[in-house]
Design a protein around this ligand. Sequence first.
Ligand code: ADP
Length: 449
Amino acid sequence: MFKKVLIANRGEIAVRIHRACKELGIKTVAVHSTADADALHVRLADESVCIGGNKASESYLNIPAILSAAEVTDAEAIHPGYGFLSENAKFAEICAKLGFTFIGPKPEHIDLMGDKIKAIEFAKTSGLPTIPGSGGAISDIEIAVKAAEKIGFPVITKAAAGGGGRGMKVAHTAAALRGALHVAMSEAQANFGDNRVYLEKYLEQPRHVELQVLCDSQGNVSILGERDCSLQRRHQKVIEETPCVALTSAQRHRITKQVTAACQKMKYLGAGTFEFLFENGEFYFIEMNTRLQVEHPVTEMVTGIDIVAEQIRIAAGEPLRCKKSPVTPRGHSIECRINAEDPLTFIPSPGKVTDYFAPGGPGVRVDSMLYPSCTVPPYYDATVGKLIVHGATRAECVTRLARALDEMVVDGIKTNLPLHRKLVSTKMFEKADYTIHTLEKLLASERLK
Ligand code: ADP
């Protein structure tokens, strides 16, 4: 096992990784920007190194500075968390070349899944169900219209190098697609330095259902169940839960078998997530994330498996602790993402936290970067923490979530806590009666105001 791990990230996920390291008897090195000198991940770590200025490009994306920090602190391995360098195959390669273990999958798998067109090709050849689509990048408007007519309107444009919902434009008609294609291409170019976009059939009533996998270097594949992440705003997840109430055991069994086969075919290593849309009893692969996900704690709550500790063990060459697959979930778990933002306008709300109280009691977990009088800098993602609850049944879980949300205090900055409180008190949420479009519709109807 490693003696020392450098955590190449910040915020709640850096704290989460630190905790897993400590429980494995590993020393931690935090890296931080000048803005994060007093951040919780820096305070908790055994050592810390300032790697640059406030902008992510100067610090958390600054590969030479991160590698120098690993060198001077004698770290043996680097955990990238999520976001930042976590899906940068070059970074994973350079780590390996310099003798640092990258706690994540092989660079070729990061590359394969980082290109969504290649990922969908791989999914097709591995027997995973995919959405009718253009089957490749499209830049010519007339070819795009022909492809869309074949797929059937509505269609959605998606960036090959995409992430964060950028480059997605829905078109219900050929005229709309003519307008959308070039906007999507320039958005893709601006965000990812790659203007390739492709088309997919736009599904009108799906849920977002994803499967968590863990694979070790001995060839063991374990499926840790699914997560329903349908409650989204602008294609970004807001609340996640497991199990998904909409799945029958036969549907769960079928997709588990298909995902297991895909992992075995690619000889995947580490933690990963296969994302699907699920509509009318059918799964449709949309992408694979080759990293730890924000919503991993709900899976941990129902399986009892520490996914971050497993990632570290796998990277150290150890076999999976739990070779059972699929893992049978115990009870139900729901996570609310806590963002520093106005709950009505969603405008980010950085600043000094004057008061902070984390809820507790049975079945309540808070993964957060907050502490009383800390500062939320304006330079990074608005996510400041996650409230995760567990219950024996979904009904118990929902009641517990409402209770924990009521207890939670974050003062001095605005957060989306008021939105979560309203959302979990709706009949829609109580019945888990939602699709990926439900939250947007509720927000538009002003029923959450
Ligand atoms: P990103 O990597 O940018 O997050 P994804 O492919 O993971 O993009 O999709 C994010 C979300 O966008 C999905 O969870 C879903 O809500 C929506 N979405 C993606 N593809 C489609 C589609 N074909 N039809 C309807 N919604 C879609």
